[in-house]
Ligand binder design. Sequence first.
Ligand SMILES: C[S@@+](CC[C@H](N)C(=O)[O-])C[C@H]1O[C@@H](n2cnc3c(N)ncnc32)[C@H](O)[C@@H]1O
Length: 242
Amino acid sequence: MLLVQFAALLLVKFSATIWVDWLIGLSYVKGFLLLQVGLSVLLSWLMGLPRWWLWVQAVLPLGLYWGATQTLVDPLWFALGALLLMLVFSAVLKDRVPLYLTNNITHQALVELAQTYQVKSMLDLGSGLGGVVRALAGAGIEAKGVEYSPVLAWFSQVWCRWSGLGQVSRGDMWQTDLSQVDMVYVFLSPVPMTRLWQKASAEMKSGALLVSNSFAIEDVEPLEVWELSDGRQTQLLIYQIP
Ligand SMILES: C[S@@+](CC[C@H](N)C(=O)[O-])C[C@H]1O[C@@H](n2cnc3c(N)ncnc32)[C@H](O)[C@@H]1O
Protein backbone atom coordinates (compact mmCIF):
# COMPACT_ATOMS: atom_id res chain seq x y z
CA MET A 1 0.00 0.00 0.00
CA LEU A 2 2.74 2.45 0.96
CA LEU A 3 4.68 1.62 -2.22
CA VAL A 4 1.67 2.67 -4.26
CA GLN A 5 1.35 5.89 -2.27
CA PHE A 6 5.06 6.69 -2.81
CA ALA A 7 4.86 5.89 -6.54
CA ALA A 8 1.82 8.16 -6.83
CA LEU A 9 3.67 10.85 -4.85
CA LEU A 10 6.57 10.77 -7.28
CA LEU A 11 4.28 11.03 -10.28
CA VAL A 12 2.40 13.89 -8.65
CA LYS A 13 5.65 15.70 -7.88
CA PHE A 14 6.83 15.47 -11.49
CA SER A 15 3.56 16.51 -13.01
CA ALA A 16 2.40 18.94 -10.33
CA THR A 17 3.51 22.16 -11.98
CA ILE A 18 1.69 21.24 -15.20
CA TRP A 19 -1.48 19.87 -13.67
CA VAL A 20 -2.08 22.14 -10.74
CA ASP A 21 -2.26 25.22 -13.01
CA TRP A 22 -4.86 23.33 -14.99
CA LEU A 23 -6.98 22.49 -11.96
CA ILE A 24 -8.69 25.85 -11.95
CA GLY A 25 -9.80 27.22 -8.64
CA LEU A 26 -7.95 24.68 -6.56
CA SER A 27 -5.15 25.61 -4.22
CA TYR A 28 -1.79 23.96 -4.82
CA VAL A 29 -2.28 21.63 -1.86
CA LYS A 30 -5.79 20.56 -2.85
CA GLY A 31 -4.69 19.94 -6.43
CA PHE A 32 -1.76 17.92 -5.11
CA LEU A 33 -4.13 15.96 -2.88
CA LEU A 34 -6.56 15.21 -5.71
CA LEU A 35 -3.76 13.94 -7.93
CA GLN A 36 -2.37 11.81 -5.09
CA VAL A 37 -5.78 10.19 -4.51
CA GLY A 38 -6.45 9.67 -8.22
CA LEU A 39 -3.05 8.19 -9.01
CA SER A 40 -2.99 5.93 -5.92
CA VAL A 41 -6.36 4.50 -6.87
CA LEU A 42 -5.34 4.14 -10.52
CA LEU A 43 -2.04 2.39 -9.69
CA SER A 44 -3.79 0.07 -7.24
CA TRP A 45 -6.37 -0.80 -9.88
CA LEU A 46 -3.64 -1.42 -12.50
CA MET A 47 -1.84 -3.67 -9.99
CA GLY A 48 -5.03 -5.72 -9.66
CA LEU A 49 -5.45 -5.13 -5.92
CA PRO A 50 -8.82 -6.13 -4.42
CA ARG A 51 -11.49 -3.42 -4.71
CA TRP A 52 -11.52 -2.55 -1.00
CA TRP A 53 -7.85 -1.51 -1.26
CA LEU A 54 -8.86 1.22 -3.75
CA TRP A 55 -10.98 2.76 -0.98
CA VAL A 56 -8.13 2.50 1.50
CA GLN A 57 -5.76 4.17 -0.98
CA ALA A 58 -8.23 7.00 -1.54
CA VAL A 59 -8.98 7.60 2.12
CA LEU A 60 -5.37 7.55 3.34
CA PRO A 61 -4.18 10.85 1.73
CA LEU A 62 -7.52 12.52 2.52
CA GLY A 63 -7.17 11.44 6.15
CA LEU A 64 -3.61 12.72 6.31
CA TYR A 65 -4.72 16.08 4.87
CA TRP A 66 -7.62 16.30 7.29
CA GLY A 67 -5.38 15.38 10.21
CA ALA A 68 -2.77 17.95 9.22
CA THR A 69 -5.18 20.84 8.64
CA GLN A 70 -7.81 20.61 11.32
CA THR A 71 -7.04 21.89 14.78
CA LEU A 72 -9.55 20.03 16.95
CA VAL A 73 -7.31 17.07 17.64
CA ASP A 74 -3.71 17.38 18.79
CA PRO A 75 -1.42 15.92 16.05
CA LEU A 76 0.26 13.91 18.80
CA TRP A 77 -2.80 11.60 18.78
CA PHE A 78 -2.18 10.79 15.11
CA ALA A 79 1.46 9.98 15.89
CA LEU A 80 0.34 7.76 18.79
CA GLY A 81 -2.25 6.08 16.55
CA ALA A 82 0.43 5.36 13.93
CA LEU A 83 2.76 3.98 16.60
CA LEU A 84 0.01 1.73 17.98
CA LEU A 85 -0.79 0.43 14.48
CA MET A 86 2.89 -0.31 13.90
CA LEU A 87 3.10 -2.22 17.18
CA VAL A 88 -0.08 -4.21 16.45
CA PHE A 89 0.90 -5.05 12.88
CA SER A 90 4.67 -5.41 13.43
CA ALA A 91 4.63 -9.00 12.10
CA VAL A 92 3.49 -7.77 8.68
CA LEU A 93 6.90 -6.22 8.08
CA LYS A 94 8.72 -9.26 9.46
CA ASP A 95 6.82 -12.23 8.03
CA ARG A 96 4.16 -10.68 5.79
CA VAL A 97 1.47 -12.02 8.11
CA PRO A 98 -1.36 -9.61 8.97
CA LEU A 99 -3.82 -9.90 11.85
CA TYR A 100 -7.12 -11.60 11.23
CA LEU A 101 -8.85 -13.84 13.70
CA THR A 102 -10.05 -17.44 13.69
CA ASN A 103 -13.84 -17.41 14.03
CA ASN A 104 -16.01 -19.23 16.59
CA ILE A 105 -17.09 -22.01 14.21
CA THR A 106 -13.42 -22.80 13.58
CA HIS A 107 -12.72 -22.71 17.35
CA GLN A 108 -15.35 -25.44 17.78
CA ALA A 109 -13.96 -27.45 14.86
CA LEU A 110 -10.47 -27.24 16.38
CA VAL A 111 -11.79 -28.57 19.70
CA GLU A 112 -13.43 -31.45 17.81
CA LEU A 113 -10.24 -32.04 15.83
CA ALA A 114 -8.14 -32.10 19.01
CA GLN A 115 -10.55 -34.60 20.57
CA THR A 116 -10.58 -36.77 17.42
CA TYR A 117 -6.77 -36.97 17.37
CA GLN A 118 -6.47 -37.15 21.17
CA VAL A 119 -4.38 -34.01 21.34
CA LYS A 120 -3.27 -33.22 24.92
CA SER A 121 -1.17 -30.13 24.25
CA MET A 122 -1.22 -27.50 21.54
CA LEU A 123 0.53 -24.30 20.51
CA ASP A 124 -0.89 -21.47 18.39
CA LEU A 125 2.01 -19.89 16.51
CA GLY A 126 1.05 -16.26 15.97
CA SER A 127 -1.78 -16.34 18.46
CA GLY A 128 -3.23 -12.86 17.78
CA LEU A 129 -5.71 -12.07 20.55
CA GLY A 130 -5.45 -15.62 21.96
CA GLY A 131 -8.98 -16.75 21.00
CA VAL A 132 -7.87 -20.19 19.79
CA VAL A 133 -5.75 -20.72 22.90
CA ARG A 134 -8.68 -19.93 25.23
CA ALA A 135 -11.14 -22.06 23.22
CA LEU A 136 -8.89 -25.13 23.37
CA ALA A 137 -7.93 -24.53 26.98
CA GLY A 138 -11.65 -24.37 27.76
CA ALA A 139 -11.96 -27.91 26.37
CA GLY A 140 -9.31 -29.20 28.77
CA ILE A 141 -6.33 -29.10 26.40
CA GLU A 142 -3.02 -27.64 27.55
CA ALA A 143 -3.05 -24.66 25.18
CA LYS A 144 -0.38 -22.01 24.70
CA GLY A 145 0.24 -19.24 22.21
CA VAL A 146 3.23 -17.27 20.95
CA GLU A 147 2.67 -13.81 19.52
CA TYR A 148 5.21 -11.44 17.95
CA SER A 149 3.30 -8.18 18.29
CA PRO A 150 3.95 -6.75 21.77
CA VAL A 151 0.52 -5.10 21.96
CA LEU A 152 -1.39 -8.26 20.96
CA ALA A 153 0.75 -10.41 23.24
CA TRP A 154 0.16 -8.13 26.23
CA PHE A 155 -3.57 -7.89 25.49
CA SER A 156 -4.01 -11.66 25.19
CA GLN A 157 -1.89 -12.33 28.29
CA VAL A 158 -4.24 -10.14 30.29
CA TRP A 159 -7.30 -11.79 28.71
CA CYS A 160 -6.00 -15.34 29.34
CA ARG A 161 -5.13 -14.51 32.95
CA TRP A 162 -8.50 -12.85 33.51
CA SER A 163 -10.39 -15.85 32.05
CA GLY A 164 -8.05 -18.41 33.64
CA LEU A 165 -7.76 -20.13 30.24
CA GLY A 166 -4.49 -20.85 28.43
CA GLN A 167 -1.28 -18.92 28.31
CA VAL A 168 0.31 -16.58 25.76
CA SER A 169 3.90 -15.38 25.62
CA ARG A 170 5.50 -12.70 23.53
CA GLY A 171 7.98 -14.20 21.10
CA ASP A 172 8.98 -15.13 17.60
CA MET A 173 7.56 -18.38 16.22
CA TRP A 174 10.88 -19.07 14.48
CA GLN A 175 12.62 -19.14 17.87
CA THR A 176 9.92 -21.28 19.52
CA ASP A 177 10.57 -24.91 20.41
CA LEU A 178 7.86 -27.17 18.95
CA SER A 179 9.12 -30.48 20.34
CA GLN A 180 6.82 -30.69 23.37
CA VAL A 181 3.36 -30.34 21.78
CA ASP A 182 0.96 -32.76 20.06
CA MET A 183 -0.47 -30.11 17.77
CA VAL A 184 0.65 -26.77 16.31
CA TYR A 185 -2.03 -24.50 14.89
CA VAL A 186 -1.28 -21.67 12.46
CA PHE A 187 -3.33 -19.08 10.61
CA LEU A 188 -0.66 -17.11 8.78
CA SER A 189 -0.28 -16.49 5.02
CA PRO A 190 1.14 -18.46 2.07
CA VAL A 191 4.58 -16.85 2.57
CA PRO A 192 6.00 -18.69 5.64
CA MET A 193 4.39 -22.12 5.09
CA THR A 194 7.33 -23.97 3.48
CA ARG A 195 9.79 -22.67 6.08
CA LEU A 196 7.33 -23.58 8.82
CA TRP A 197 6.99 -27.14 7.53
CA GLN A 198 10.79 -27.52 7.56
CA LYS A 199 10.88 -26.29 11.17
CA ALA A 200 7.95 -28.47 12.25
CA SER A 201 9.38 -31.59 10.56
CA ALA A 202 12.74 -31.03 12.25
CA GLU A 203 11.37 -30.36 15.75
CA MET A 204 7.97 -31.96 16.28
CA LYS A 205 7.39 -35.54 17.42
CA SER A 206 6.63 -38.10 14.77
CA GLY A 207 2.84 -38.38 14.43
CA ALA A 208 2.22 -34.87 15.81
CA LEU A 209 -0.04 -32.53 13.86
CA LEU A 210 0.48 -29.22 12.13
CA VAL A 211 -2.92 -27.69 11.42
CA SER A 212 -3.08 -24.74 9.05
CA ASN A 213 -6.14 -22.58 8.67
CA SER A 214 -6.57 -21.87 4.92
CA PHE A 215 -2.94 -21.88 3.75
CA ALA A 216 -1.51 -25.04 2.20
CA ILE A 217 2.09 -26.18 2.31
CA GLU A 218 3.39 -26.49 -1.21
CA ASP A 219 4.24 -30.05 -2.32
CA VAL A 220 3.10 -31.61 0.97
CA GLU A 221 -0.01 -33.77 1.03
CA PRO A 222 -2.27 -33.13 4.03
CA LEU A 223 -3.48 -36.11 6.02
CA GLU A 224 -6.99 -34.64 5.97
CA VAL A 225 -8.76 -31.42 5.02
CA TRP A 226 -11.73 -30.32 7.10
CA GLU A 227 -14.11 -28.06 5.21
CA LEU A 228 -16.17 -25.91 7.53
CA SER A 229 -19.55 -24.43 6.79
CA ASP A 230 -18.79 -20.93 8.07
CA GLY A 231 -19.19 -17.76 6.02
CA ARG A 232 -15.66 -17.91 4.58
CA GLN A 233 -15.72 -21.67 4.00
CA THR A 234 -12.67 -22.24 6.13
CA GLN A 235 -10.43 -25.16 5.35
CA LEU A 236 -8.40 -26.77 8.10
CA LEU A 237 -5.44 -28.53 6.50
CA ILE A 238 -4.12 -31.24 8.79
CA TYR A 239 -0.52 -32.28 8.23
CA GLN A 240 1.09 -35.12 10.15
CA ILE A 241 4.79 -35.13 10.98
CA PRO A 242 6.35 -38.21 9.37
C1 LIG B 1 -3.77 -14.16 10.99
S1 LIG B 1 -3.29 -13.81 12.64
C2 LIG B 1 -3.93 -15.24 13.49
C3 LIG B 1 -4.21 -14.99 14.94
C4 LIG B 1 -4.69 -16.21 15.72
N1 LIG B 1 -3.84 -17.35 15.51
C5 LIG B 1 -6.08 -16.59 15.32
O1 LIG B 1 -6.19 -17.50 14.53
O2 LIG B 1 -7.04 -15.95 15.76
C6 LIG B 1 -1.54 -14.13 12.54
C7 LIG B 1 -0.78 -13.68 13.75
O3 LIG B 1 0.56 -14.14 13.64
C8 LIG B 1 1.41 -13.19 14.23
N2 LIG B 1 2.78 -13.43 13.73
C9 LIG B 1 3.26 -13.25 12.50
N3 LIG B 1 4.56 -13.58 12.42
C10 LIG B 1 4.91 -14.02 13.66
C11 LIG B 1 6.12 -14.50 14.23
N4 LIG B 1 7.25 -14.60 13.51
N5 LIG B 1 6.11 -14.89 15.51
C12 LIG B 1 4.98 -14.81 16.26
N6 LIG B 1 3.82 -14.31 15.78
C13 LIG B 1 3.77 -13.93 14.49
C14 LIG B 1 0.79 -11.86 13.79
O4 LIG B 1 1.19 -10.78 14.63
C15 LIG B 1 -0.71 -12.17 13.92
O5 LIG B 1 -1.18 -11.83 15.18
